[in-house]
Design a protein around this ligand. Sequence first.
Ligand SMILES: Nc1nc2c(ncn2[C@@H]2O[C@H](COP(=O)(O)OP(=O)(O)OP(=O)(O)O)[C@@H](O)[C@H]2O)c(=O)[nH]1
Ligand SMILES: [Mg+2]
Length: 199
Amino acid sequence: MLITSAEFVTSAARLGQCPPPELPEFAFAGRSNVGKSSLLNTLMNRRRLALTSATPGKTRLINFFRINRRYLLVDLPGYGYARVAESERRSWRPMVESYLAGRQTLRAVALLVDIRRTPGPEEELLLHWLDRRSIPAVVVATKTDKISRRAQETRRALIADGLALSPEEVILFSAKTRQGRQELWQALTGYAAPEDERA
Ligand SMILES: Nc1nc2c(ncn2[C@@H]2O[C@H](COP(=O)(O)OP(=O)(O)OP(=O)(O)O)[C@@H](O)[C@H]2O)c(=O)[nH]1
Ligand SMILES: [Mg+2]
C-alpha cells in the first residue's frame, strides 16, 4: 500500500464520540503491549503517529487514523494489563464491545498476538465474539524479529492451533523489519466491500 496521507482523526471513549462512519474501517485489538500502535505506525509508514510506549496500557482510548482519505484505522486500547486501575479495566469491555458491535463501517478486526505467547481465553473469546457477529478477523503474530525464522514457523503453528486456524491464516509481522506489512494490508483491504471501493 502506497501511503499518500496519514492523519490522526480523533480519540473516542465511546461509540457516540467516534468520527462519522463514512469510510471503510479496520480495527486493531490485542493484549496490552502486544505492539498494536507500533504495527499501525508501520502500516501507515509513520514513525510516531500512533503513540507507543515501553509502559503497557498506554493506549486507553479508541484512536482513529485516516489513510489516503480512503480508510480509517482504529487503535483499540489493549486488554489484560494488570496494573491499570480496576475502574479502567472494567470500562474496557463496554467501550470496546459497543464500538465493535455498533460500528457499521467496520470491515475487519486484526487480532494481534505476540509470537512468543500462546493465545489465551481472551483471544479465543474475542474471535468467537467477532465470529458470532460475522465480523471478519485477521490474526497477526507480532514481534517476529525477536525469534529466528525457524522458531517463527513453530510458533505460528502453535498459535494457529490454539485458535483453530491453519498456520497460513496467521500473518507474521514485525514493526522492526516490516515483515508482513504488505500481506496484512492485502488481507484487510480484501474485506472492504465492493461498494467501498467505488469512490
Ligand atoms: N522488537 C520489537 N519490538 C516491538 C515490536 N512492536 C512493538 N514493539 C515494542 O513493544 C512495546 C509495546 O509496543 P506498542 O506498540 O506500544 O504496544 P501496544 O499494543 O500499542 O500497547 P498498549 O497501547 O499499551 O496496549 C514497545 O516498547 C515497542 O517498541 C516489534 O515488531 N519488534
Ligand atoms: Mg498502544
